[in-house]
Design a protein around this ligand. Structure first.
Ligand code: PA5
Length: 468
């Protein structure tokens, strides 16, 4: 079971200017309880679509049907998507399969190689196409787009569709699965016309909350990850965070929200770092960055007042970033809350050999498990941060399993909902992303965007007086 340890974010450890005090927690209790009631009520009344995903057996059946149909004949699975249609896939795959997964032989891998292409970088797409080469014949494309019109995903899709069509002729459609809106949209229409297998992006779930829907489940299932266990973990966390009895401090989502909110509003900590001490969990921090940034970074509150709010999520990796970021985290501005992700039992077991017995500076490392070094480094950093009055919280994984990853995902989704309530903003829209999308359409000459293209002309023209 995932656990939260928050003593190092309290005044007892980092002092009252930087840590939460009992009075802070007593003060925020009514707001936390009110936010919790609202969010639970929204979950129970069906207004928060993501909360129903752990119990959605239909989606599991749909995904399993297509996994069973395609897995054995597929050597390579290419996911085309971006943002909420890619980050969860990457996070789950890297958490639950070996770092070397794509390099393993067909016999050793539990499914096809997985490539998640979440950018229109020609090097990324071109190199992948080159690598696939003749194996396009055994490649499956999973194009994921809720709107079906995101420029990055749409252009990649057009490239891969054409490559498949050239290689396979009329059979190309059997190599594409479209995960999109079930009723409407450009991708939906093309998929119907071409005859692809389809999976649903639930209409009532925003991209960044969709990882536990077919959006994230299909690639996971194809790569041998136990999606039922993933959802069971999410379901267990859902039950846990929906309970908020006499002691709200035993509810991890309520405590995490309270600390994050107090740090942001009262303790001058607008930066929220997530620092896993695990390479496997590093991309979970990427997933968290999107969830936190798009959900909470808002110009207006629910009443339309300008608030320009939202903590900035940052990702770091332990121990790697101890040698890159921790200098700043300890001696730079005291404006960060760090959330460590810690793992009690790591997936790998590697021990330092019994060598260099006569080299005094290295003997302490002899015969030591790398996991023990990692744990010591995390504790040492936690201690060093505390000594500089820098608050930290630890989310403790017993081990990295589909169950615990599911728990983590749901914990953060629910916490984001609570945090949105406390900030009094809409955590489920992303209006600021739209202008960039529209401006891209205008620059690329899409019909209907001519006025915007004109308006942008003076802006995009390079003014040579400012070239240095
Ligand atoms: O969270 C979100 O809503 C976004 O990150 C979207 O997932 C992203 O923009 C991709 O959109 P779509 O799935 O419509 O292609």
């Amino acid at each position: 079971m995932l656990q939260l340890y928050w003593k190092n974010a309290t005044d007892k450890i980092v002092g009252p200017a930087h840590g939460v005090t009992r009075a802070d927690l007593d003060g925020i209790e009514p707001a936390i309880r009110a936010a919790h009631n609202t969010v639970v009520e929204s979950c129970r009344s069906g207004r928060l679509g993501y909360s129903a995903l752990p119990g959605n057996t239909q989606y599991v059946a749909d995904v399993n049907e297509l996994v069973n149909k395609h897995r054995s004949a597929t050597t390579d699975l290419v996911v085309l998507g971006i943002g909420g249609s890619a980050l969860g896939n990457l996070a789950i795959q890297s958490a639950l399969n070996p770092v070397t997964y794509n390099l393993l032989t067909d016999k050793k891998r539990k499914g096809p190689r997985l490539f998640v292409l979440d950018n229109v970088d020609p090097a990324l797409v071109g190199d992948t196409l080159k690598f696939l080469g003749r194996r396009l014949k055994t490649t499956l494309i999973n194009v994921i787009s809720k709107s079906g019109e995101t420029a990055e995903t749409a252009s990649q899709f057009m490239i891969f569709r054409e490559a498949l069509r050239k290689k396979l002729g009329a059979d190309f459609a059997k190599h594409i699965i479209a995960t999109t809106d079930t009723e409407k949209g450009t991708l939906h229409e093309i998929a119907k016309a071409d005859g692809y297998d389809m999976l649903a992006v639930p209409g009532d779930v925003g991209g960044r909350f969709s990882v536990l829907s077919p959006v994230g489940l299909f690639s996971a299932g194809m790569c041998g990850i136990d999606i039922e266990a993933l959802l069971a973990g999410a379901g267990a966390m859902k039950q846990r965070v929906e309970e908020c009895g006499a002691d709200w401090r035993s509810n991890p989502a309520c405590v995490l929200t309270a600390i994050k909110h107090l740090m942001f509003t009262e303790k001058n900590k607008p930066m929220h770092v997530m620092m896993p001490y695990s390479n496997r969990l590093y991309l979970m921090a990427d997933w968290y960055r999107q969830l936190w940034a798009e959900s909470l970074g808002k110009r207006v509150d629910r009443q339309g007042n300008e608030v320009f709010t939202g903590p900035t999520p940052i990702k770091a990796l332990g121990t790697t970033d101890q040698h890159s970021q921790v200098q700043l985290y300890r001696e730079g501005p005291n404006d960060k809350l760090t959330i460590f992700l810690d793992v009690a039992k790591h997936p790998g077991k590697v021990r330092v050999p019994d060598v260099f017995e006569d080299v005094p500076g290295l003997t302490y490392l002899r015969k030591t498990q790398l996991a023990k070094i990692l744990v010591a480094e995390k504790r040492a950093t936690e201690y060093a941060m505390a000594k500089s009055e820098r608050p930290t919280v630890t989310i403790q994984f017993n081990s990295i399993t589909p169950q615990s990853v599911g728990e983590f995902i749901y914990l953060y989704e629910f916490t984001t909902s609570l945090a949105g309530e406390l900030l009094n903003i809409n955590a489920y829209d992303q209006p600021a992303v739209e202008l960039g999308k529209k401006a891209t359409f205008a620059l690329l000459g899409r019909e209907g965007y001519e006025d915007l293209a004109k308006e942008m002309k003076s802006f995009t023209r390079v003014d040579s007086r400012y070239l240095a």
